[in-house]
Design a binder for this molecule. Structure first.
Ligand code: ZN
Length: 199
């Protein structure tokens, strides 16, 4: 329990559950929201409401979007022959921010993690195999994170795709083993992409 009352107490509790926000920060944020103009505070609550009601997964690549297809899948100017496989939408964002890649993506929405009970069926691998079978890709780039689970996931997928005539590559180890794409800087990602190796 915190020492505040009613709505303030509830807001402090809820903010305090967000990742990286401790009790002190939660209090600071709650009092900040009481001080700013009302429409500024309400814009935040609207944005939270909208991400839960309007944001969905792209029906093609499983990136986050607000329409049937995301802006990347709708963009004809992108290289339609390359497909980059990432674990999460935020990994896709990191690669996009590097501006080193202009192909398409497929978001797995996780990684195979037997210890957490996450198997291939819980990811978007079936949809990926369909895309590769029906598409015209010449290269599939494994950009799962350089962790034990990310490597295992890349290996599993490369086996699933082995019967199709695509070249499979893996990001170079410019990104230190164990670190995740999300935290890599632009140059590291560009290096990892340009130095990618055949699987
Ligand atoms: Zn998409």
């Amino acid at each position: 329990m915190n020492k505040h009352e009613g709505a303030v107490s509830q807001l402090v509790d809820l903010l305090g559950r967000l990742p990286g926000i401790g009790r002190k920060s939660a209090e600071r944020l709650a009092f900040h929201l009481l001080r700013v103009p009302e429409d500024e505070a309400l814009a935040l609550s609207d944005a939270i409401r909208r991400i839960r009601s309007d944001v969905r997964y792209c029906s093609m690549c499983f990136n986050l979007c607000e329409q049937e297809l995301c802006s990347i899948c709708r963009d004809d100017s992108r290289d339609q022959s390359r497909l980059c496989i990432v674990e999460q939408p935020r990994d896709l964002m990191s690669l996009e921010q590097s501006k080193a890649y202009n192909g398409l993506y497929h978001v797995l929405l996780g990684r195979i993690a037997p210890l957490d009970g996450i198997g291939p069926d819980q990811l978007t691998i079936d949809a990926l195999v369909d895309r590769v079978r029906e598409g015209n890709f010449s290269e599939v780039i494994m950009a799962t994170n350089p962790t034990v689970e990310g490597d295992g996931t890349a290996l599993y997928i490369s086996n699933q795709l082995s019967e199709y005539p695509v070249q499979m590559t893996r990001l170079a180890r410019g990104i230190t083993a164990g670190s995740v794409l999300e935290y890599a800087n632009r140059e590291m990602i560009a290096d990892a992409l340009s130095g990618r190796q055949k699987l």
